[in-house]
Design a protein around this ligand. Structure first.
Ligand code: PMP
Length: 410
């Protein structure tokens, strides 16, 4: 089955691909790993919310505030269903993956680690899943330990097993590598860690648009993601946690909404998840995120995962046929992300010149500098695909790369 039919239909759902007259503008958008485009239904949901139901939430006794609260809390239920969480109270809204990991480092992490303890992460983490743990290590005297990878980008689970000593107090790992597209064997990782009594935080930023996620089946302790990577708005994301962890965690930020009662002598805190949502939250962001998740659920992960596998197979083949081009990260299974280098052409030059052909890709270290160091590369060029991308987009990429090679006299 060719993926073209299903995703050309979806392309029509996204206004960014149309010119002012409503015709397809030919944009080849291959930077979904950085951020995905937004379908009309998400834009409509946000506009409708502001136009018909906007007010601050939770505190109002009037109709509009009740309606805004209903939509916000409805969004929480949508996220819970999407992840198959046991209950909506186990979903905390954050600004995104970065804030969710910082929240966990400042609360769960801060409670668990002390001098001499260890925090385990892996070589292929995004800076968002490195730096918050380094900051926590600086505050507590704990040490960061790193699970190595093989040359193809796969995690070394034997080494992970050896690193999981009694000093390790938590493991934080990406579900999917943003730089390589590798899908990590999460179930196995979580089982290994739990066998050693180590809780697992999953950075789901890159998995969420590509894979069905069932937090109960995975048995992860936390799962975090950003709305903007799954066709939702920026500035909104979610954190799922096991109830016993969330209930034992101290607040992250102080302010309105997260309290039960305040006196100058003593403040008591609201139950979860409100305890972690100080201040006026991104209400419209939640509405937009819920619309995005409904949109993706309407397509279904069977279709999305099948489409992804076809793009991986097609892209690996057609890019692999280009002389001097080397795909970085070939471990299977993977999502449709192709990081590559071309002999003699700097990735930044490649990105700039591909843009002349209306092909949007990313060049750089992809916020994964330690991974680039491990691979001995300063940077790669990365094409990351979404549900509206087709094999025709990959053909356009190949053609643009061939033109690039000619430009460099190859
Ligand atoms: N983790 C991974 C694997 C990512 O790809 C990203 C975004 N590139 C992040 C974390 C950070 O996400 P955000 O910038 O939305 O907080």
């Amino acid at each position: 089955m060719k993926p073209v039919a299903v995703s050309s239909r979806m392309r029509g759902d996204f206004p960014i691909f149309r010119d002012p007259e409503g015709r397809d503008n030919g944009l080849v958008y291959l930077d979904n790993g950085a951020s995905a485009q937004k379908p009309q239904v998400v834009l409509d949901a946000v506009a409708d919310f502001y136009a018909t139901a906007y007010a601050n939430i939770h505190r109002g006794v009037y109709r509009l505030s009740e309606e805004a609260t209903r939509r916000y809390e409805g969004g929480r239920a949508t996220v819970a269903n999407f992840l198959n969480a046991g209950s909506a109270e186990q979903i905390v809204f954050t600004r995104g993956t970065t804030e969710a990991i910082n929240l966990l480092a400042a609360t769960f992490g801060q409670q668990r680690v002390g001098p001499g303890d260890e925090i385990l992460i892996t070589t292929l983490e995004h800076h968002s899943n490195i730096v918050p743990w380094q900051l926590l290590c600086e505050r507590t005297g704990a040490q960061l330990k790193i699970v190595p990878i093989g040359d193809n980008g796969s995690l070394d689970l034997t080494a992970m097993g050896e690193l999981l000593t009694e000093r390790v107090k938590l493991l934080s790992v990406a579900h999917v590598s943003n730089a390589l597209g590798t899908i990590n064997p999460l179930r196995e990782i979580i089982r290994l860690a739990h066998d050693c009594g180590v809780p697992v935080i999953v950075d789901g930023a890159q998995a969420i648009p590509h894979l069905a996620v069932d937090v109960q089946a995975l048995d992860c302790d936390f799962y975090v993601f950003s709305g903007h990577k799954i066709y939702g708005p920026t500035g909104i994301g979610a954190l799922y946690g096991k109830r016993e962890h969330l209930e034992a965690m101290p607040p992250y930020q102080g302010g309105g909404d997260m309290i039960e009662s305040v006196t100058f002598e003593k403040t008591t805190y609201a139950p979860v998840p409100t305890r972690f949502e100080a201040g006026t939250p991104n209400i419209a962001g939640v509405v937009g995120l819920a619309a995005a998740l409904d949109y993706v659920s309407g397509i279904g992960f069977e279709t999305i995962e099948q489409h992804g596998r076809e793009l991986v197979e097609y892209g690996t083949r057609v890019l692999g046929e280009i002389p001097d081009l080397r795909i970085i990260g070939t471990a299977e299974p993977k999502v449709p992300v192709f990081s590559f280098v071309i002999d003699g052409i700097h990735p930044h030059d490649a990105g700039t010149i591909l843009s002349e052909s209306n092909v949007a890709i990313r060049a750089g270290h992809h916020c994964a500098q330690p991974l680039m160091d491990r691979l001995g590369l300063p940077a790669t060029t990365r094409a990351s695909l979404g549900l509206y991308n087709t094999t025709a987009d990959l053909d356009a990429l190949v053609e643009a790369v061939q033109n690039l090679r000619k430009f460099f006299g190859k």
